[in-house]
Design a protein around this ligand. Structure first.
Ligand SMILES: O=C(O)CCC(=O)C(=O)O
Length: 263
């Protein structure tokens, strides 16, 4: 797949690129089934890293990650030719997987404060992520909002949340997406999202890559992240659930005795 001049221009000027209706229905069926399988691991002690949040309906899975080594189907999609060819055009060389996650955002599930991903992605300074919608992400269900045009440098921030002076003049554009679409975005692109105010889950998978010439850092990333979360605990300094090195998630911690959620 070659980009049109307009697509190339959108990537260069906005820091993100939206490709509509790229995935066929058969791929979407597979992805949805595989995401359900990963979610089931969070309930039965299966592999991967799982984070829960308290919602109005009780504890729910907020994020699952580190599933690539444990799921053949997902791994073949993450590392397959379709994404590989697009990423190679965006990075100017072959891409290697850096991390993978699914944000579930059940009804009432928390949004994310304005942030860039770059401060959370250690060991290398530039990444490109691909967002793969499993459900519709609308303004009501908590889609992403981007502030287009910022593609270089880490903005002043507090534990990963962009600081007030920059936010005062920021412009935000909502990006509603639907199953079949793909969104690629730069790790410096500022973004945020709201609480899911709909009555259905809003699952988005995020696959993050770096240029292959910079090395395969995935295992190192997860070893470092697991160690940091173990040392810090489940809540960040903001008091919200800590999903990341960035303390940007706005979900509420699950009260102590209950840890596991019904889907
Ligand atoms: O899924 C969302 O609502 C936003 C996710 C996000 O910005 C992140 O995981 O860094």
């Amino acid at each position: 797949m070659r980009f049109t001049p307009e697509q190339h221009d959108a990537w260069e000027t906005q820091g993100y690129l939206v490709l509509r209706r790229v995935l066929p229905a058969s791929a979407l069926q597979d992805l949805t089934r595989w995401v359900d399988e990963v979610e089931s691991w969070s309930l039965d002690g299966g592999p991967g890293l799982h984070h829960f949040e308290q919602t109005p309906a009780g504890p729910r899975l907020a994020r699952a990650e580190d599933f690539d080594p444990h799921h053949e189907g997902l791994s073949s999609f993450l590392r397959g030719a379709l994404l590989g060819e697009i990423l190679a055009q965006l990075l100017g060389e072959p891409a290697v997987l850096f991390k993978e996650k699914i944000n579930f955002k059940y009804p009432g599930g928390g949004g994310f404060a304005p942030h860039q991903d770059a401060p959370a992605y250690r060991f290398i300074d530039h990444h490109v992520s691909c967002m793969v919608p499993i459900d519709p992400a609308t303004i009501e269900s908590g889609c992403l909002w981007f502030s287009p045009g910022h593609r270089e440098g880490i903005l002043p921030n507090v534990d990963g949340r962009i600081a007030a002076p920059w936010l005062a003049s920021a412009r935000w554009t909502p990006l509603e997406v639907f199953p079949g679409d793909l969104v690629f975005f730069d790790s410096y692109a500022p973004h945020k999202s709201d609480t899911n105010r709909s009555d259905a889950p809003r699952r988005l998978m995020y696959l993050t890559y770096n240029a292959a010439s910079r090395g395969d850092l995935r295992e190192r990333y997860y070893a470092d992240k697991r160690a940091e979360l173990e040392a810090t605990g489940e809540a960040g300094r903001s008091g919200h659930v800590l999903l990341s090195i960035n303390d940007d998630f706005l979900g509420q911690p699950v009260p102590a005795p209950t840890r596991k959620a019904a889907p």
